[in-house]
Design a protein around this ligand. Sequence first.
Ligand code: ATP
Ligand code: MG
Length: 415
Amino acid sequence: MYTAPRGTQDILPEEQPYWRYVEQKAARICQLYGYERIDPPMFEDTRLFIKGTGETTDIVQKEMYTFDDRSGNSLTLKPEGTPSVCRAYLEHGFNNLPQPVKLFYFSPIFRYERPQAGRYRQHYQFGAEALGEADASLDAEVIDMAWRFLVSLGLEKLLLFINSIGCPQCRPAYLELLRKYFSARIDESCADCKARLERNVLRLLDCKQPACQSIAAKAPRSIDNLCPECAEHFQKLQEYLGLLNIPFEVNHNLVRGLDYYTRTVFEIQPQDHEAQSTICGGGRYDGLIETLGGKPTPGTGYAIGIERIIINLKKEGVTVPPLPSPQAFIAYIGETARTEAIILAGQLRRGDIPVLMATSAKSLKAQLRQANNLKIPKTVIIGDDEVRTGTAILRDMASSKQITVGLKELAALLR
Ligand code: ATP
Ligand code: MG
């Protein structure tokens, strides 16, 4: 037998109310903040991610689904959304629109990871990007937006962490400081950290190994090494978050996994944090569009994992509204009544009333049982008498009360 590929899952009908709920809340929050939807393709030129996401990142080094198509072009299933949105911004000349351009996406994301709870090889992200504006008020806006979105879903036990990792002016000197600090302690560090020391020293700050964490805790802090412009930007961000009443904590070990971040980085986590539980990650990426061949264009945004939201909705006991289901079940007795039932079902559906119909010659009792199992509130019953008189029996499944109604009134009654 075939099974879904490792690390992927079927989102079954019973799970769909959660997904629709999250999607609708996301669309609403985007409306409130003025973000428009964009749907880039599911795969892109591999070079977009090597350049954009960054050659030294875990994503590019070991997580991408890359393949050659039949013309020999190297393509990659989207391992994150931001490079695609920036590519689209450039390709469609969005730099000529009033800035910032605010876009959101809702998309499957593919990463070759070790599957575990909350970590899949295909997952979904809701992301928002604001392009073309460097002001810290926009960083505050996207953080506020992500926070309000999660709160609007009913999630309450959340923590927001922020940090600033500087810019191309001040970061090189800071990285040098870090390299010196970690080099002196590299014997006590894990293999990953040893490998990253030269390649991506920032990542040593957020290693999850306990021994590495205690080294990282005493490392030089980026916010003590910012240039005056970056320091002011970070100061303003904190001021604005205060104005918006968003509770946050500065986390000096927060760096995020992607190469393109500048200045602001942030994450939102559940309070009972486990390793796999970051719900939202984001930050500013002022160099990315230039890296992709555009004019220098600032940007800021975030991405949120939908599966992790749903895990937390369940953990916090949030109930979500059910999806609309059929109002009526059409049962019939005998061949003539069946003809009548088929016509009636067609008419009701064309009248915008969702109905289900019994489809095999079961006994009336069995048909009523079926309606009950499907939790359909009303059953319409047609037998020979009803066919003759142009009527139907309308049965309320909860009370078992039945009334005879003319076929013409039926639609109005069900509506
Ligand atoms: P992690 O540290 O957990 O690997 P990340 O930093 O790689 O996360 P991002 O690239 O920031 O994650 O992606 C944004 C969000 O997408 C994450 O905060 C998380 O909610 C979700 N996410 C990331 N990778 C996965 C995955 N493999 N399965 C499910 N959700 C994921
Ligand atoms: Mg990851």
